[in-house]
Design a protein around this ligand. Structure first.
Ligand SMILES: [Cu+2]
Length: 128
C-alpha cells in the first residue's frame, strides 16, 4: 500500500510537475476574490482534499466557484443545487454559478474517480 502511494505520487509529479502546481495556486492568490467568487482547488493525492472543505455564503448571494485541480482530473457535484461541473482538469479553470436560495448545509463531492482518497473528497456549502 505504501509502495503504491509512493509510485502514485511519483507519477503525478512527473506528469503535472511541482512548478506548474505552484503556478496555478499563485494565479489564484494574485487574482484575488471578487465578492461571490470562491476558488476551489482539488488536490487529493498531495494534500487530501479540496482547498476548502467548508464554503460559507450568504442567503440570496449569487455564488461563483472557480474550480481547478493541482494534480489529476476531479469532478464537482452539488446535488442540492443541481450542479455537476464535469471534469476539472489540472491547470485549467472552470467557473460555475448558482444562487444560494436556501438556508442550510449542502454537501459537495468529487464525482470522478481520482485517487485512493476519492471517497474523502467532500465538503459542504453553508448558506446562512
Ligand atoms: Cu475524486
Amino acid at each position: 500500500m505504501k509502495t503504491e502511494l509512493v509510485a502514485l505520487l511519483l507519477v503525478i509529479l512527473a506528469v503535472a510537475g511541482v512548478p506548474s502546481a505552484v503556478a496555478v495556486y499563485d494565479g489564484f492568490e494574485r487574482a484575488g476574490r471578487p465578492r461571490g467568487e470562491i476558488s476551489l482547488v482539488g488536490h487529493t493525492p498531495l494534500n487530501g482534499n479540496w482547498s476548502q472543505r467548508v464554503i460559507g455564503v450568504t442567503l440570496g448571494e449569487t455564488v461563483r466557484l472557480r474550480l481547478t485541480s493541482e494534480d489529476v482530473v476531479h469532478g464537482f457535484l452539488v446535488p442540492d443545487f443541481g450542479i455537476n461541473a464535469g471534469p476539472i482538469t489540472p491547470g485549467k479553470f472552470k467557473t460555475i454559478e448558482f444562487v444560494a436560495d436556501r438556508r442550510g448545509e449542502f454537501k459537495f463531492y468529487c464525482n470522478i474517480l481520482c485517487s485512493h482518497q476519492h471517497g474523502g473528497m467532500t465538503g459542504k456549502i453553508v448558506v446562512e
